[in-house]
Design a protein around this ligand. Structure first.
Ligand SMILES: Cc1ncc(COP(=O)(O)O)c(C=O)c1O
Length: 432
């Protein structure tokens, strides 16, 4: 016998709503409601379900582990899934040698990276990029400037955090340009000014950066950006932390996005795609840095949960065995290519951006100002029209005028075509 769900009002309003779907189960790229309606989930639960919903191999690993041990606290015991995952993560990124640390959420892993950077360097200051998103805890809010709503109500925030300009080629002063067309964005001059006006570089422990800004609007920097940032950080003895919470585990068409630019960070932050939906996060840091965190200075009750570790190992197997990184590249190119064709007929689509399966349309008012005036209402309407047609996509961007499309990496060519058809119909229906 089934009973009616409690009223939605039991959920506090702080959980801003993207849909009101009551979901029963997920299968691959699809979410199925309690009423049996199928939705193509191109949100991937905000970039989490890279292997699709309920991948049978991940589910089997979770079931087998859950029947043996649910919690093996990291300070108290060792468990096989944890040991195997720690070992496996070390080999996931070229360079190193790396050591991993495991925690629960993206924000918690960012916190770990900041604590490590401060201890390892003995310096206090962290620099992050305008438009960046790093989480919702006090320290990570201080690093976050993707949108005022993430931080503005919570001042005062932890200090010794400064923000500098991210190269946003579509919104460059003087006119939009393609990221690979020779970047005129003045991010380097702005960082240099920060070093002259605000803080000595030798007081900076780390610069934290998303290789592709996520919540900020799926902003892909010029190819010179990360390599040059690496040079600058090395020159000043500043650690480079890359926040790959949203870009990691194949999402952009490489295991980690920094690999597109051949950049080796000092610390890499990961979460979301790591365990197909079970809570797990972590950092990879150069071993000689990680070894500078003395026993007991960091940790947590649930970090590296045994069931989550088993899910992560199965997730990594699926990513390898099903060649999901290559599929992310192919399906992402198909999706971005289709949206560029759509853009040709719809000037309100000011920009189409994509790296692997991280794809976005930025909506503007073409007849207003310099043609790049953000149109958040149109983006919102497109997302709502897509939902009407049973496609789930999300909003992003500091102005809320970006629709981002985050397919699971298992998605098929047919599903991408279906999504493109729905998005075209949605842009037209929304008046774009
Ligand atoms: C780049 C980035 N860093 C950190 C976080 C925070 O992760 P969590 O929500 O798991 O704390 C997010 C979440 O969207 C993110 O996209």
């Amino acid at each position: 016998m089934t009973t009616a769900f409690p009223d939605h009002s039991v959920v506090p309003p702080v959980w801003s709503r993207i849909t009101n779907l009551e979901v029963d189960r997920g299968e691959g790229s699809w979410l199925i409601t309690t009423g049996g309606e199928r939705y193509l989930d191109y949100s991937s639960g905000i970039g989490v379900t890279n292997t699709g919903h309920a991948h049978p191999r991940v589910v089997a690993a979770i079931q087998a582990q859950a029947a043996k041990l649910l919690h093996g606290q990291q300070n108290i015991v060792y468990h096989e899934p944890g040991l195997r995952l720690y070992e496996r993560l070390r080999g996931l990124l070229p360079g190193g040698p790396w050591s991993a640390f495991l925690s629960n959420s993206g924000a918690e892993a960012v916190e770990a990276s900041v604590k490590l950077a401060r201890v390892a360097t003995g310096r206090p200051v962290i620099i992050s990029f305008r438009g960046g998103f790093h989480g919702r805890t006090a320290q990570t809010m201080a690093l976050t400037t993707a949108k005022d709503v993430y931080r503005a109500a919570f001042e005062p925030l932890p200090g010794s955090v400064y923000h500098t300009k991210f190269p946003y080629c579509y919104r460059a002063a003087g006119g939009a340009h393609a990221p690979d067309a020779g970047c005129s964005c003045d991010w380097e001059a702005e960082l240099d000014l920060l070093f002259h006006q605000v803080i000595y570089p030798n007081r900076v422990a780390a610069i934290i950066v998303e290789p592709v800004q996520g919540e900020g609007g799926y902003i892909i920097p010029a190819p010179t950006f990360l390599p040059r940032l690496r040079e600058i950080t090395r020159q000043h003895g500043i650690l480079l932390i890359v926040d790959e919470v949203q870009t990691g585990f194949g999402r952009t068409g490489e295991m980690f996005a920094v690999q597109h630019w051949g950049v080796e960070p000092d610390i890499l932050v990961m979460a979301k795609g790591i365990a197909s939906g079970l809570p797990l996060s972590g950092i990879l840091a150069r071993t000689e840095l990680m070894d500078r965190l003395p026993p007991g200075t960091h940790g947590g009750t649930y970090g590296g949960n045994v069931v989550s570790c088993a899910a992560a190992l199965a997730t990594l197997d699926v990513i390898d065995d099903e060649d999901l990184v290559a599929n992310a590249r192919a399906r992402g190119a198909q999706l971005a290519g289709g949206l560029r064709e759509l853009q040709a007929d719809h000037p309100a689509i000011g920009d189409v951006r994509g790296l692997g399966c991280m794809v976005a349309m930025e909506f503007v008012k073409p007849g207003t100002g310099d043609g790049r005036t953000p149109d958040a209402d149109l983006s919102k309407r497109v997302i709502a029209e897509a939902l009407e047609r049973r496609l789930i996509v999300l909003s992003a961007g500091s102005y809320g005028n970006v629709s981002r499309i985050i397919p699971p990496l298992v998605t098929t060519s047919e599903e991408v075509d279906r999504a493109l058809g729905i998005l075209e119909a949605s842009v037209i229906a929304a008046g774009g």
